[in-house]
Design a protein around this ligand. Structure first.
Ligand SMILES: *Cc1c(COP(=O)(O)O)cnc(C)c1O
Length: 375
């Protein structure tokens, strides 16, 4: 869906918006918006580009049909079955008391900010990282502190811990594997941040949206949950599970943190349709995750071929690859778009990000890129 807006229309609506009694920290801001263009190869938002397997489509269809008959009633406010299924998927001895879910992990992260952030509170994160974090911060009137990474975008335990001590945040968001760079953090970074934040009673969130795509050597921070009651691991069904359209995100944490989130969630925030679809899908985890190995193979292929082209791809634990170095990255992005391949210009000079799709989509991207750079 492409909505064409002329400059005049844009200016008129900006002026109209400015006239409203908008909060000061929202003035002049733009909504999150990865372009939704009609292009043959959509490799810009890290979706799983494989279609939902037919057996899962059928199961979701049947479950939603069943749920439709009782839509006159509010859904299970506690979405207990869903929490049980998510706990058993995650393992690590977790139960439904450790699990929370909402309409996408974006809503989960927003609820964390509603409960633990807000006016006079601060959140620390480490750009370049997920572009929604500052938007969620301003939406909840929480001060966003942009931490610092090394020039190669890595983050050491010592540096992360020192920045926590210096800024004393109420919340820390760590994204691992990190979007947009694709690289996972060592668990030593999570441990060091948690340790350093002890005296400030900080909530430490590890956003593991891409965990299922990690290199085999990479461990989930779920292994650190035991004994760390302020630690939250956020996950989503949008990426590896290929269910971005269903809007289901979730987290694992201590029971007291889930109780805190109950204070800010809207009643019945997960619709009966959403719960039915997610529960049905979770009965087919193996089928849903069957594409993960194929996507990882395409991801590794992109990294290898970019290196052959003389480019510099970052280590990727995710279903996308962050790469440079281009004098004019936007011109490369446009050249690819002209050839029917939409990737992401994440606004980091000299770099671009591409989602690893099916084998055909990956080929289309690599062929187009060779043409554009004249390799
Ligand atoms: C895609 C993504 C999410 C997922 O968002 P949903 O709301 O669950 O679709 C969360 N965190 C990061 C870093 C992401 O890239």
């Amino acid at each position: 869906m492409l909505i064409a807006v002329t400059n005049q229309q844009e200016q008129a609506s900006t002026t109209a918006l400015e006239a409203l009694p908008l909060r000061d920290n929202l003035r002049g801001q733009s909504p999150y918006g990865a372009p939704q263009l009609e292009v043959q190869h959509l490799l810009n938002t890290n979706e799983n580009t494989h279609p939902v397997p037919q057996v899962v489509v059928d199961a979701i269809g049947a479950a939603v049909l069943d749920a439709a008959a009782s839509l006159n009633r509010y859904p299970d406010r506690e979405f207990t079955e869903l929490r049980q299924r998510l706990a058993s998927y995650l393992g690590h001895g977790l139960t439904e008391d450790n699990i929370w879910a909402a309409n996408g992990s974006n809503e989960v992260l927003q609820q964390i900010l509603q409960a633990f952030g807000g006016p006079d509170r601060k959140i620390l994160s480490f750009p370049p990282t997920y572009s929604m974090y500052p938007l969620l911060a301003s939406g909840t009137n929480t001060e966003y502190i942009a931490g610092i990474r090394a020039d190669d975008f890595t983050l050491s335990p010592e540096s992360a811990a020192q920045q926590v001590k210096d800024t004393q945040p109420n919340i820390v968001f760590l994204c691992s594997p990190n979007n947009p760079t694709g690289t996972a953090l060592g668990l030593d970074v999570v441990e060091a941040v948690y340790e350093a934040s002890q005296e400030f009673n900080t909530i430490v969130v590890v956003d593991e949206a891409y965990e299922e795509f990690s290199l085999d050597t990479t461990k989930s921070a779920l292994t650190l949950l035991d004994g760390r009651e302020r630690l939250i691991i956020s996950r989503t069904m949008s990426k590896a599970f290929a269910l971005a359209g269903a809007r289901v995100g979730y987290l694992a944490t201590s029971p007291q943190v889930t109780d805190a989130l109950r204070l800010v969630r809207l009643p019945y925030h997960l619709s009966a349709i959403t719960q039915a679809a997610a529960n049905a899908a979770l009965q087919h985890v193996d089928v849903l995750l069957a594409t993960v190995d194929e996507i990882k193979a395409q991801r590794n292929r992109i990294v290898d071929e970019l290196r052959q082209m003389g480019l510099k791809p970052a280590v990727s634990d995710s279903n996308f690859v962050f790469f440079g170095w281009f004098e004019d990255a936007h011109a490369i992005w446009q050249g690819l778009l002209d050839r029917g391949v939409l990737i992401r210009d994440v606004g980091i000079p000299h770099h671009l990000r591409v989602t690893a799709g099916t084998e055909e989509e990956t080929t289309a991207f690599l062929v187009a890129l060779r043409e554009v750079i004249g390799a």
